[in-house]
Design a protein around this ligand. Structure first.
Ligand SMILES: [Zn+2]
Length: 214
């Protein structure tokens, strides 16, 4: 998965990649308990032909007239806000370092707007963590009981797990595209706070595991 924003991947939920690293290209913010994410939209997709994409407003439309990913997420968020549809479900991955991704779980896309970053207009998306969602009712009217549990795995736990699993997928030993995986899924009550409930999986095994659960 390379693109940062993927609207309704395979006609299912959307997937976004976030980063809070100092050199991250976008300003993504997440609350301490991991329940509220303010996600920045993305720059013009033809960045290769553009001298400085950071000087241009983040586009809502492609030159073809079709919506960009910004535009698709924006439309979905506004439709929800106007009360005409359930919020979109978005799975959020966070970049921990190069090739290391953490699954931050499922969020509802509930709002969006454009604001100035001082130079140009950027999109902002507000997402709220979905609690107690089993994958069966992911597209039903999921209960939004906000819990105080954190789906975000703290850095010290990640560090311990990375060390224990020697930076490899526990299934196949792969060393790239690794994800921190809740052994008992967060949605089923699994904790983020114990190294015993967290393991390293490569992208392939992470996906095949979630397929099995679903
Ligand atoms: Zn693997």
């Amino acid at each position: 998965m390379q693109r940062g924003m993927n609207f309704r991947l395979k006609n299912r939920h959307s997937v976004i990649l976030m980063s809070r690293q100092p050199n991250a290209p976008y300003q993504d913010q997440i609350s301490d308990d991991g329940s509220v994410l303010i996600y920045e939209g993305h720059d013009t997709p033809n960045a290769a032909n553009v001298r400085n994409p950071k000087a241009l407003d983040q586009p809502e439309y492609l030159p073809s007239g079709n919506l960009t990913e910004n535009g698709k997420f924006h439309r979905a968020a506004q439709q929800h806000k106007m009360g005409s549809k359930h919020p979109d479900i978005v799975q959020v991955y966070e970049k921990i370092k190069k090739g290391i991704w953490s699954d931050n779980g499922y969020f509802h896309l509930i709002d969006s707007w454009q604001e100035s970053d001082g130079v140009r207009k950027v999109f902002k998306f507000k997402l709220v963590a979905v609690s107690n969602v089993s994958s069966d009712d992911l597209f039903e009217d999921a209960q939004e009981t906000e819990s105080k549990r954190s789906r975000i795995i703290p850095s010290d736990i990640k560090f311990e797990v990375f060390k224990r699993d020697r930076g490899r997928c526990v299934e196949c030993g792969a060393t790239d595209e690794l994800h921190f995986d809740h052994i008992i899924p967060y949605s089923k009550g699994g904790t983020s706070l114990k190294v015993e409930n967290v393991q390293l999986l490569c992208a392939r095994h992470n996906l095949s595991k979630s397929d099995k659960i679903q």
